[in-house]
Design a protein around this ligand. Structure first.
Ligand SMILES: [Zn+2]
Length: 443
């Protein structure tokens, strides 16, 4: 029996609601795939579906409009009309007497051995049927206009919270700012051949915004993580491209844990102690499969990789010779990690550092490379007196006292953080990379 004969027999059986003959056209275990909806397994799945359909639409009539067969394939363009009269329900809705008229196309694969259907791809206009049945509003109706308005309002609200703002910061480099609250998470896109390399991956809620921004600029072909903390790997799993990181970050990136074993929330304010254990899992996108590693001296999209360990064991930055642009992940913080307020560049909060002293050494290492502009993982860039600001950030200062308003003028090298954020103090003697350093504060 040819594919054409089988298709004719099958549709003739459906037209007269002859379930036994229709189901007998199928090879057991064959799949009837309703594209975008469901997959039925013959014979029981097929029988159940059509039994429900015929119980809901007792006068349902199929008509073959055209049939094209070649080899073991038959494509059938068909129409169907019927009344939702019941007694059976349809997709959970009770019969309402609505009339439907629809068209569809089945592409059947027929076995050469026994002439039975081995597979079917069925294409139907389900939205059209849902409108005719009154399950969806008709286009141009007041209800449809209200639904459109509602969907757009939700989209805009989501974009305000989770959307990303794209800004070109240098030749072929864009920052995408996103994340809740305050859009302080920075993700970078770098033009790289025909595609885009993404540096750092923000938080999971940024995935749609990042994908949309990237769709306007090119195609993300790989992600390089500055380090593997939850707020830097967050949307990597959702983007489905190869992800790279430093060898010392691989285990953390591939782990399910949203926390690092060396973090110490006890060093945060009471508010921070309450918030961070909840925020970090909500930011995280889970484990990331690492496709390969990059480290000191490797080239990435026209930038050179620099190892900048300390905040995380394998934190890396990217530096471009041509314009001295540095992208440095969490080497420095230009915002207060607990309030989100702008601050002068500083070492990340002690609660989150693997080794603060090493982090300071890495900041000095970057200062010595004389970058012109430094963009970090959060907040605004450093673009003025860059080496001086980096040296200052690398210099330990004592912890901020509880009350600072009447603090006496501090000796050089120990200026408290409150004054330091108000005015840039002269470089303390300890600022030089070779001078011995005062004791590390333990806030
Ligand atoms: Zn971070």
């Amino acid at each position: 029996m040819s594919a054409s004969d089988t298709a004719e027999r099958y549709f003739a059986a459906l037209a007269r609601q002859d379930l036994d003959t229709a189901v007998a056209c199928w090879r057991p275990g064959a799949v009837d795939r309703f594209v975008g909806q469901q997959e039925l397994i013959a014979p029981d799945g097929v029988r159940r579906y059509f039994a429900e359909l015929f119980a809901a639409f007792p006068d349902l009539r199929f008509q073959v409009l055209e049939l094209t067969a070649s080899g073991g394939r038959a494509a059938v363009r068909w129409s169907a009309t019927g009344t939702f009269a019941g007694p059976g329900a349809f997709q959970g809705f009770v019969a309402n007497g609505a009339r439907i008229a629809m068209e569809g196309c089945d592409v059947l694969t027929v076995s050469e051995d026994d002439g039975r259907i081995e597979r079917n791809h069925a294409y139907l206009d389900t939205a059209g049927v849902a409108r005719q049945l009154g399950f969806l509003p008709a286009p141009d109706s007041p209800l449809a206009a209200r639904v459109t308005k509602l969907v757009n309002a939700r989209t805009r609200a989501r974009a305000r919270i989770h959307g990303v703002e794209t800004e070109r910061i240098a030749q072929g480099v864009w920052v995408l700012r996103g994340g809740f609250p305050k859009k302080t998470m920075n993700v970078y896109l770098i033009a790289d051949g025909d595609g885009l390399t993404m540096f750092d991956a923000g938080i999971s809620a940024m995935a749609d915004g990042v994908a949309a921004a990237a769709a306007r600029l090119g195609e993300i072909t790989r992600i390089v993580l500055g380090h593997a903390d939850a707020d830097h790997r967050g949307c990597a799993p959702a983007l489905g491209v190869p992800v790279y990181c430093h060898p010392a970050e691989r285990a953390a990136a591939e782990s399910d844990a949203p926390f690092r074993p060396y973090w110490d929330f006890a060093k945060l304010t009471p508010q921070g102690r309450l918030l961070y254990p909840r925020l970090l899992p909500s930011w995280d996108g889970g484990a990331v499969k690492i496709a390969g590693t990059v480290q000191e001296g490797d080239e990435v999209a026209g930038f050179r990789v620099i190892d900048l360990p300390g905040h995380a064991p394998g934190l890396i930055g990217l530096l471009r010779e041509s314009d001295r642009l540095a992208l440095v992940s969490d080497l420095i913080y230009t915002i207060d990690s607990q309030t989100g307020r702008d601050q002068l560049p500083d070492v990340p909060h002690p609660a989150f550092n693997h080794d603060a002293e090493r982090a300071r050494g890495s900041i000095r290492k970057l200062a010595a490379l004389q970058p012109a502009v430094v963009w970090a993982g959060h907040g605004k860039p450093v673009s003025n007196e860059v080496a001086f600001q980096l040296e200052r950030a690398a210099t330990p200062r004592p912890p901020v006292p509880a009350v600072t308003a009447t603090a006496p003028s501090a000796p050089p090298g120990t200026a408290d953080a409150a004054t330091a954020t108000a005015t840039v103090p002269p470089p303390p003697p300890g600022a030089s990379a070779t001078a011995p350093l005062p004791t590390t504060p333990t806030t």
